[in-house]
Ligand binder design. Structure first.
Ligand SMILES: CC(C)(COP(=O)(O)OP(=O)(O)OC[C@H]1O[C@@H](n2cnc3c(N)ncnc32)[C@H](O)[C@@H]1OP(=O)(O)O)[C@@H](O)C(=O)NCCC(=O)NCCS
Length: 228
């Protein structure tokens, strides 16, 4: 237990350049507090004291802004930076040395039963605002970019960004250039489709008008001949 506590403090000191002492971590880091309170709550959960576990998890959320279900399994050396708004579901597994930032969701899609939350492998980084939803694995040392919505497995040593998340880097190599200037604009596409429909309707109207004019001319010609 003490070894894991030491690793948790070390993780913060190694990964947050703003930290000056272990005391600072111990007294002022909500992510660290959230993790330690979760470890107690998880123990209660394993002893099947579900209500007490849930109550402690709720107190944890009240003080730190981090909501971790007592059933979630979290390894050593995990660093939750800031933490506010982060939600971790019941069947989530977080291995050693993972880093999570604020407002991260490790949740389910609402469609699965049993194991329905992700497994985050060793050394992975989940950036602020990222949503990782479903029962799949985020590979070792993978990075999930800020604001990404990830719905399927992430290979190890890769970087995933965007909505829905897609792999843009694998083992340090870029896979494809991201064309930020040609991000799809659904409104523009809709207007374009409407314009095409208007053009086609105008063409048909023009054809109809011509054919009606033609018919009228024919009729006029016939009546002239008859009267002649
Ligand atoms: C994803 C991240 C971890 C960087 O990973 P990386 O492997 O070093 O990736 P790179 O920075 O080389 O970026 C690769 C590509 O993804 C793009 N990218 C990076 N982060 C992105 C994001 N969050 N959303 C969309 N695109 C992103 C980059 O622009 C780059 O595109 P390009 O190839 O067209 O230039 C980092 O950008 C990130 O999101 N950090 C946020 C950390 C955080 O939460 N901080 C909060 C502290 S309070």
């Amino acid at each position: 237990m003490w070894r894991r506590l030491r690793r948790d403090i070390q993780a913060v000191m190694e990964r947050d350049p703003s930290v000056r002492s272990a005391w600072e971590v111990w007294f002022t880091f909500p992510g660290f507090h959230a993790l330690q309170l979760h470890r107690m709550s998880h123990r209660l959960y394993r002893w099947r004291l579900y209500f007490l576990a849930r109550l402690l998890s709720h107190i944890n959320r009240f003080f730190t802004g981090v909501e971790i279900h007592p059933g979630a399994q979290i390894g050593a050396g995990v660093f939750i930076d800031h933490g506010m708004g982060t939600v971790i579901g019941e069947t989530t597994v977080i291995k050693d040395n993972v880093t999570l930032y604020q407002n991260v969701t490790l949740g389910g899609t609402g469609k699965e039963k049993g194991k329905r939350h992700p497994t985050i492998e060793e050394g992975a980084v989940i950036a602020c605002g990222a949503k990782v939803l479903g029962s799949f694995t985020v590979g070792r040392h993978a990075r999930v970019g800020a604001g990404a919505v990830v719905l399927s497995s992430v290979p190890e040593y890769s970087t995933v960004v965007g909505v829905p998340g897609r792999v843009v880097k694998m083992a340090g190599r870029r896979l494809a250039q991201l064309d930020h200037h040609v991000v799809p604009d659904p409104m523009a596409r809709y207007v374009e489709t409407l314009q095409k429909q208007i053009n086609s309707l105008e063409e048909r109207l023009y054809e109809l008008e011509n054919s009606v004019d033609g018919c009228q001319n024919d009729l006029n010609d016939d009546s002239w001949k008859k009267s002649g």
